[in-house]
Design a binder for this molecule. Sequence first.
Ligand code: NAP
Length: 320
Amino acid sequence: MKAIVVREFGSVDVMKIEDASNPSPGPGQVLVRVKAAGVNPVETYIRAGTYARKPDLPYTPGTDLAGVVEAVGPGVAGVTPGDRVYAHATLTGAYAELAVCEEPHVHPLPARLTFPQGAALGVPYSTAWRALVLRAQARPGETVLVHGASGGVGVAAVQIARASGLRVIGTAGTERGVAMVREQGAHEALNHREPDYLSRVMPMTGGRGVDLVVEMLANVNLDRDLDVLALRGRVIVVGNRGRIEIDPRKIMGKDGAVLGMLLMHATAEEQRTIHAALVAGLESGALNPVVGREYPLAHAAQAHVAVMEPGAYGKIVLIP
Ligand code: NAP
C-alpha cells in the first residue's frame, strides 16, 4: 500500500509517500481501506516535533479516517467487511491506503454522508462535543460564542450547539467563512478580522453577554472574551498558540470560569458517550461536516501548509 511516512521531525517536506507493507488486523482490530483522512492542526505540531507528545520514528501521521472495512481480526463482532465506517483513532496512521484500528474506535458512517465528511468527524466533532457538553455543560437556552467557527472544530461546535437548543454566535476571518458559519446554523456571525467586532456581541444578547465561549485562539482573544461573558459564564479554551495577559478581575466580577479542554484526556467511557451522540446526530441529519478542500494523499505537505493558513472553510482531507 501507499502511505505517508515521516522519518525525521521537521518541515512539511519530511512527509514522503512510500510503498509500505499492508497491515493486518490482530484480535479486536479492524482493517479499514481508507477513502479519506482528516488533516488536523495537531498533526502539523507533531510532524514539526514541537508537540509535547512525540511518536516513535518512523511513523504515519493521522488519526481520523473514513472508509470501508476490509477485514476484521478475531473477536470483532460489531463490524464486518464491506461496512462503511469512520474512525477517530488508528494504530498504524490514517494518511495511508489501509489502516488498522481498535474496534471501539470504529463507528458506522451513515450512507447519506460522503467519505470526506466521515474523515471530518474524529478529532473535530469529538473536541466540540467534549468542550461544549462534557466540560462546559452547555444547556438549551444558553448563548454560545464559537470564536473561530469556520474551521473543523468550529463548524462542529456550531452544529452541535444549534441542535442542542443554544443560541449561537460564530466568527470567521473571511466573508465566505462568515456566510458558511450562518449556513451551518449560527443565528449571528461576525468577522474576527474587523476592528471592534466583539462590541456587537452585547447588543446581540440584549446587553447580557454570552453564557459560553468556545475559544480557538485563546492567546489572542481570552481577555476580550471575558468582556462579553454573561454572569456565571464559562470560557472553554480549545485552541491556543502563545501567551496572553488577562485581567482576572473580569472572571471574578462575573462569577465566571475559564476551563481547559484537551481531547487526549477523554476516557474510554467519554469516547463511547461522544460517538454514540455523534452517530445519533449523523443519523438524524443534525450533523453535517463541511469539507472545504480535498488533496491527493501524495500532496500531504500542501495540506499541512493549508491547514495552518487563515481563511478556513470547514475541513481539509486527504484522498488516498
Ligand atoms: P482549523 O480548521 O485550522 O480552524 C482554525 C480556526 O481558527 C478557524 O475558524 C480560524 O478562522 C480561526 N481563527 C483564526 N484567527 C482567529 C482569531 N483571531 N480569533 C478566533 N478564531 C480565529 O483548526 P481546527 O481543527 O478547527 O482547530 C482549531 C484549534 O483548536 C487549533 O489551534 C487546534 O490545534 C486546536 N484543537 C485543540 C484540541 C484540544 O484537544 N484542545 C482539539 C482539536 C483542535 P479563519 O481561518 O476564518 O480566520
